[in-house]
Write a protein that binds this ligand. Structure first.
Ligand SMILES: NC(=O)c1ccc[n+]([C@@H]2O[C@H](COP(=O)([O-])OP(=O)(O)OC[C@H]3O[C@@H](n4cnc5c(N)ncnc54)[C@H](O)[C@@H]3O)[C@@H](O)[C@H]2O)c1
Length: 264
């Protein structure tokens, strides 16, 4: 792509980019010429990601726990200073432990809500404040993409806290879209279906795949492609939307025969 590519040269912060979806998003953006700041929990994870991403372009790393406001503020300030600004944010850090509802502890609930919902709020607010200030000096379009989940509307056993946290992310996304529109900040969410992850069991992977119209579970690169679609297509009239990336799972029930037979 050339320098007219909407992604080329833009400055992007990606949270939770040590592995998985965040890492794939960072790599895809680097390959399109973006300048990337990656975040993860620990310095080790961040350094590992920076080393792996360095062959693809300009990348710097920042350790911070997205639950902790002072760490988030420091990360955003450093990333903005180092890059000279932040044009795009991909708020991706999140966890998805299984805890059956009847046995779920308050600690388990709080941990998921703190990282997935409050963490998204803290990161988005810290970045959006800086984007809004920058908007007073130019006419640029800036963008925030949150990574939610199909679980915001499609409940999953063992995931009451997770589903609630992702519904919160979606409504946070939509509200930010309304409030940040005057600053030309577009805010959308990508809602992945099941995506390959080292924690997935073979049994679950097999059982899930039979219900996916496209016949496979997703890979992190599928989510990176959707993020690039939002950030890199010049589609600057899309805001407040949720883009499902799930191989067709949420289109409807799949795998049943026709209800009245072929001849009806
Ligand atoms: N894998 C899936 O099937 C799937 C489906 C739907 C949505 N998602 C969402 O996509 C996002 C990424 O998922 P993934 O599959 O890449 O997971 P992952 O576990 O492979 O990667 C998540 C990264 O976030 C980091 N992280 C966790 N807590 C953090 C914190 N407090 N502060 C900073 N970083 C933190 C982890 O260290 C890890 O590197 C999550 O928000 C997840 O909920 C994943």
């Amino acid at each position: 792509m050339t320098a007219t590519d909407p992604v080329h040269g833009r400055r992007v912060l990606v949270t939770g980019a040590g592995q998985g979806i965040g890492f794939a998003v960072a790599r895809a953006l680097l390959e399109r010429g973006a300048r990337i700041a990656v975040n993860d929990l620990s310095l080790e994870r961040v350094q590992h990601a920076v080393d792996a991403l360095a062959p693809f372009g300009e990348v710097s790393g920042y350790a911070a726990d997205v639950r902790r406001r002072p760490e988030v503020q420091a990360m955003v300030e450093r990333a903005e200073n180092d890059l000279g600004g932040i044009d795009f944010l991909v708020s991706n850090a999140g966890i998805f432990p299984d805890n059956p509802f009847l046995e779920m502890t308050e600690e388990a609930w709080d941990r998921v809500m703190d990282i997935n919902a409050k963490g998204t709020f803290l990161v988005c607010q810290a970045v959006a404040r800086r984007m809004a200030a920058a908007a007073a000096k130019d006419q640029d379009i800036r963008q925030i993409v949150t990574i939610s989940s199909g679980s915001y509307r499609f409940a999953r056993v063992g995931s009451a806290h997770y589903c609630a946290s992702k519904a919160a992310v979606v409504m946070l996304t939509r509200t930010m879209a309304l409030e940040l529109a005057p600053y030309r900040i577009l805010v959308n969410s990508v809602a992945p279906g099941l995506i390959e992850n080292p924690s997935l069991t073979d049994d679950y992977r097999r059982a899930f795949t039979s219900g996916v119209p496209l016949g496979r579970i997703g890979v992190p690169e599928d989510i990176a492609a959707a993020v690039l679609m939002l950030l890199g297509s010049g589609a600057n009239y899309i805001t407040g939307q949720v883009i499902g990336v799930d191989g067709g799972v949420t289109a409807g029930r799949y795998g049943l025969p026709m209800s009245h037979g072929e001849q009806h």
